[in-house]
Structure formats: structure tokens, C-alpha cells
Design a protein around this ligand. Sequence first.
Ligand code: C2E
Ligand code: MG
Ligand code: MG
Length: 858
Amino acid sequence: MSRPTGSADAGLLEPGADAASLPDALQRAADDPDLPGDLRALLLRSREALFALRTEADAAHLRYQALFDAVPDPVSILDTDGIVLDLNHAGARAYGRPREDIVGQPIEVLNPDLPRDHLVPVWDAVHRGRTYVIEVTNMRGDGSRFPVEVHTAGFEHEGRPCLVAVARDLSERREAEVRYRELMDVMDRGIAIHDVDGRFVYGNPAALRLLGIRQGTSLGDTSNLGDWVAIAPDGEEMPWDALPPVRALREGRIVESTLVGLYHRMRRELYWLMVTAVPQYPPGGDRPHQVLSLFSDVSALKRDSAMFDRVQALAHIGGWELDCGTDRLYLTAEAAHILGPAGAPQTMEALIELLLPLDRGRLREALGAAMLEARGFDLELQGTRETGGDFWVRAIGGPRQGDPAISRLNGTLQDIARDKHDEAILRAQARTDPLTGLLNRDAILEELDARMRDPARAGVAVLYIDLDRFKFVNDALGHAAGDELLIAAAHRIRMAVGCAGSIARFGGDEFLVVCDAGVRASHAEKVANTILDAFGDGFRFDAEEFSITASIGIARAPDDGDRPQTLIQNADAAMYESKRRIRNGWLLFTPELAQSQQDRLRVETHLRRAIDNAEFHLVYQPQVDLRSRRVIAAEALIRWHNRQLGEMRPDHFIDHAESTGDIVRIGAWVLREACRQAAAWRDEGLGLVRVAVNVSYRQFLGDDLAAHVRGVLAEFALPGSALELEFTERVLIEDAPDTLRTFAALRDMGVQLSIDDFGEGYSGLNYLRRLPIHGLKLSQLFVGGVPDDRSDVAVCQAVAGIARSLGLGLVAEGIESEAQRRFLIDLGVPVGQGFLFAPGLAPDDFARRLREGRDQGL
Ligand code: C2E
Ligand code: MG
Ligand code: MG
């Protein structure tokens, strides 16, 4: 391609129509027969060469045209005057006009706004061998305009300098630039550009807003770095050369998502920014000339995360995430704190190492199941921190949601050390009797159960301890004193038992000791004896001292029961029997005892219905003047006839009736029946026979006894002197609150009061002085031994002495022999009763006896 001139149709090598006819002229000349042959041949060769040349030129032109039209941007060829010599297809398309409209026209046809001498700078650049680049506006055929960037270069043709101008349509770029600027404006991420000297070159509105720079402020003014302090995430000041843009410039690589706090000294504001800094290189340069920083305000996020950390710390719950591939363990601040503030584990394996051996396996198994089967877990784990000190955590975890490959597990970690501690305290509390600090009922049952199941133990013994006379202290001195007594008693039992067994408070004043039965069966008895010894000394309250003893029942497994409940029941039965029989002692459970308790149960069952079934009646034993044998009075004694049980002596059922409380109703019946009988005798003309009625201590505890007696006497129009009440020392021991008043009231009515079975009991003599009683009944226990048994003689003598010195009457019981009568007369005992004179008699027999005596003048 050598001459890009003329129209495309004319062809490059044919400046005129002459050129087209040259081959024909050559042909014609060659056809001239006048020419010499060699010349004609030369002419023909020239013609052929010319043809060949023309064909090649045509091909070259076609090649040029194809290339020219293949350029996607508009390309025009101008001559020195700015006349358009040629325009490619893209040009025709871009300007929206046919080529013929443009070719041959001055360039203004494409750009009417060009200044006159617009070609001067172009040629200037071209002459200096450069490409001239300018952005201008071109016009389409329809008059519309569009921005172009025109690159113009020079080239020579046949010594004629020409210009080739490539115009690039900037419409899309301009639109993109507008869109880009708009984007920058509306984007909520800050974008800033700094140059190598740290100067703020550009900031989008978000950047200015985030940095608190007012729009319109000259950016140069904001570069006063002294106003800002950079803060690292840990709250420490961050040196400037650690800032992401500075690092990106220095290191020439992107610094990604770095948390930076910026504190403005004057405004006293702190922003937390997440910054990514991208170094930018000049074209062809190998050192960044500026840095683009993208940042967003994460102050709220940081605040939330600080709050989240705080909440985690408060709740003692941290979070964790495990990268299953690398075993790397990520912990939140609180999780790290729980596992060891200084040396929190960095891998799951390191965490597992900290755990108790048993928990290691549990966690490993759970992690395996979580990874392989996507199963979640919830474990309580114990371990020791790297730095020492134990931790107790609840770890909940599982695969991350939406992670089908299970590449990560995450969850929470809760510090439950405190809960465990509280739990332990609660557990201990739940097992403890709050008053005495001993084990409680549930705890000792558990303990007993465990001991009984333990095959290593030879045998287990249960000691059931009940305080004697506790009720007395509690009622007399109040509940505070009662509590104090229980605490003191618990202390003594604890000291006595030591580590020989476990002790519990089992009920009100009941205690239970569980100990080994021992190789020799005597171990439990030894423990029982030590306990009884511990009660040897009295208990002091204020100034007073009280003697309080204990009754103990012992049952041993497996002989006396193979279940805790049975064993305790049997120990209780033995205790009950011990209290009934001896008090202040212990008794071993025996099958016979169980039998007797069963019998008792039977008796008690029948007893309850005995009054309604009219199974009771009274017999009357005469009390006689020992010298004259004259009948002075009668003691009413109860008899019970039950169809199934047969004839029951009072000894066999009064105790039961007392323990069940039935004695109160029975006693009331006896009292009324005795008075009815006395009135009947009186009405028969036998005169007024004083009847002695036995009264149980329980009757003193119940309703007002004196009022009841008054009512019955009134019912039968009997004077108080027709009645004598016998009660045992138990009345004094149980010490119902109103005993003294009741005594006084009865005495005021003229009712005789006497202490039955005197000498058997436990009361001290001081009781007798305080009580408004009339007489004592010397127990047949001692009468039976006289005159031969010296100790019985001594007791009888002592009782007689007491009666005399206190001015009390004395009646001897159970006189069976003449010798006894003699002895008692000699002792100065005036009245007695016994088989020597008469047993208990039916009312008619008694009446007959009375009449006979009268008849004999007695
Ligand atoms: P107690 O009040 O000392 O009654 C005397 C007991 O001695 C009576 O026994 C009587 O039968 C018995 N006895 C009388 N003379 C002799 C004798 O020479 N030799 C012997 N070995 N025994 C003699 P009983 O009737 O079996 O009564 C026993 C106890 O039962 C009574 O002893 C009394 O404490 C109580 N009791 C009897 N009836 C009643 C009652 O109605 N109410 C209450 N609360 N207790 C009663
Ligand atoms: Mg009696
Ligand atoms: Mg008696």
C-alpha cells in the first residue's frame, strides 16, 4: 500500500482514465505490423507485466480496504488541509452517513465546533513524531453529538504528508464514569486515595462522612495527622506505619480487612473502621504511587461485639469453632478465659489434653459422631487449665448449619463450675437435717441401702434411738429448749459414734445410726452402750439440769431384714420394746419381739371396739383395815372379755391402750361405771363405799380431767369423798402442763388422790412435797418380799417412813400371807388389799362381802 489517494473505486495505480486504456494502447501498438518483431514482443511483455502489476495492485488495494474497514473505531484519512480523503465502515456507521457524503469534505463535517487553526497543534505533535490525542465531540448525520477521543498520527504518501485519525467513541466510557461517580457517591463504604506522601488525594462522600470531614473541605486540610490517634483492636495505640494504607504502600501488596480504631482528639470521637488497602501502580511502574483504601464503619459492630463479649463474660458462656481439617480451635474471649486466660488451647487436641481422662474419651467420641454423623452434643466436662486451676464446663456443639461437608463444628462453652459447686451444696443440704447437721431421713436410707448392697461388708446394723422424756422438756421449756436439747443430743451421739457409723436425725427426737455389724455381733451393742453412756450426764438449760436418757433398738442385716425399710422397722420395734420395758437401755430385735408386736397390733385392733361392744366390766377388790379386816373401800379393776382373745388382764392391754390413746375413752368409761356402781350400792342401802379408780397419765394429758370427774360425780349425786383416784408416777414424769391445777381442783372436790405402785418408779421425793396428794400405795413388788427379803423390807420401811413424815396415808398392795399382814401392821401400815382378803370381786360378791362384814359387826 503506497498511495492512499483518490476514491476507492478509482484504484491506487490509476490516477486517470488514461491509465485504464494503457494496456489496450500497448496491445494496439503491438498489433502494428510496421513495428519490428522484437519491439512488438517487448510491447506485449510490457503489457503482460502491466497486467500483472495491476492485478497485484488491485489485490493490495483490496487488502488495504479490508483492513481499513475491519478497524472497529472510526478511522479517517485527512490531507494537510483537513480534507477527508477516506473513511472506513465504522466511521460511516458511527457518523450515520454514507461515505460519499464525507470523503472530499473538510473535517468540520464531522466536528463543526473545531477552531480554525485546530490542525496546528496536531501537525506540531506529528512533526515531533508523536501521536496527538484529544477529546472532542463529533456530530452524526442527524446532528446529534457524541464524545470521542481522537488519536491522530501522520504518514507520508508520495511525499505528501497525510493524517490518519482514529476516533474512539467515549459515550460508553463517559456513561461508565458517570455511573462510577454515582456509585462512589452512594456507596456506604468509604473509599479514599492517598499518595506516597500520605496526602489525602480523594475521598468519596462516605469516606468524608465516616471520617467526619465536611463536604467541600479542602482535603489537604484534613491531612493533619496529629488530630488522629490510631487504635489497635486491643485498645493499644497503633503506630502510623502499622496502618493498612501505609503498610500497603510500603509492602506493595493488599492489606485485607484490618480493624483500626481512629480517635479524633479534638472531636473526642472514636471510630472503628474495617480497612482494606490496595496499592496502585502507575502504568509500567514497579512501585506503588498511591493507595486506595476501602473502609466501613464497624463501630456499632465493634460495640455489639464488645457487648457480646461482655454478655458472654456475664453469662460465663463463650463460643468456639473447630476447623475439622486443621484441628484449629477458635475461641471467643470468654471461652478462652474459661479455659485458661493465659494459655487457652489452640487446637481441639490441646483442649482434650486438659480434660480428666474419662472426659477425654467422651469428648472424642462426641466430636467423632458430630463429624461423621452430623450429631450434636451436650457434655459436661472437667479439666485442669494449662496454668493450673480446675475448670468445669458444659460444651454444646455440632456441625455448622448449612455445612454439608462438615468442615467445621461450632458451639458454646459454659462455665458451670459455680453451678456444680452450688449443686454440691444443695445436694449436701438436701441430705442434711438443718437443725442438727446430721444426715436426714432420705440420706440415711440411701446410705443404708448402699451399705446393704455392698458385698464387701460382713453385715450392717441399725440402731434406732429415741430420747426418753424429750416431750417433757419440749412441753415444759418450750420448743427453743427442745431444739437445743436435740442439738446437744445429736452432738453427744456424734461424739459417741465417732467414725464407727453414719448418723441421722430420723424424726422428732429419733436418731438412726447405721454401722457395721462387725465380725463379732457385739459391735453394734458396743456402739449402743457408748451412746447410752454419752447420755449419762444431765443436760443443762438455764439453771436447771435434766436427766434425759435414750432407748435404743438394734436390728442387723441380713438376719433381721434384708431391705432397709424392714431393718429400720425392726430396729424401731426393738427400741419401742426397750422403752416399754426398761428405758435408758438397748434391746436387740428378735423374731419373738416381732411376734409380740404383732400380737399387740391384734390387741389394739380389738381394743378399739371393746367399749362399743360392751366387752369391759369392773371387779372390785376390797381395801381392808389390816387389823380388823373390815372392808373400808374398793379398788375398781378393769376386766376385758373378748370373744377372740378371751379373758384379758389389764397388764396385757392397758399399755396398748395408753400408747394408742384409747385409754382416755376407756378411763372415762371406768370412772363412770365405778361411780354408777358406788351410787347403786348406796341406793341398795350399803352406804357410801369409796371406790378407788386407776387413772392413766394419758387422762391427764387429754381434756380437763377435773371437770370430767365433777360431771360424773354430779351425774350420780356422789360426794367427792366417794372417789379415790390412783395414778402412777408416770403422771408426774409426763408432767402435763396442768397437772398441778388438776390435782388441786380434784382435791378441792374432796376426791382422794394416791400414788399407785409407789417405790417402783423413778420420781424423786421432791415431787411428793409439791403434790396435794393424800396417800401412797406401797407396791406389791416389795410387799411380796416381806418379811424375808431384806431389801424389800428396807424399801417398805422407807416408804412407810416417807408416808409418815409427809403426813400421807399408806395402803399396802398384794398382801397374800398372814406374815405379810403382820409385818405391815408392825410397820404401822393401816390399810391393805390382797388375795389374803379378797381378789377383785364382781359387784354382787363385793356387796355380799360388805353385808357379811356388817353382819359380823365389822
Ligand atoms: P394396780 O392398780 O396396782 O392393781 C392391783 C393389781 O394387783 C390388780 O391387778 C390386782 O388384781 C392385783 N392384786 C391384788 N391383790 C393381789 C395379790 O395379793 N397378789 C397379786 N399377785 N396380785 C394382786 P390387775 O387387776 O391385773 O391390774 C393390774 C394393773 O392394771 C393395776 O395395778 C392397774 O395399774 C392397772 N389397771 C387395772 N384397772 C385399771 C383401770 O381401770 N384403769 C387403769 N388406768 N389401769 C387399771
Ligand atoms: Mg391401783
Ligand atoms: Mg398397784
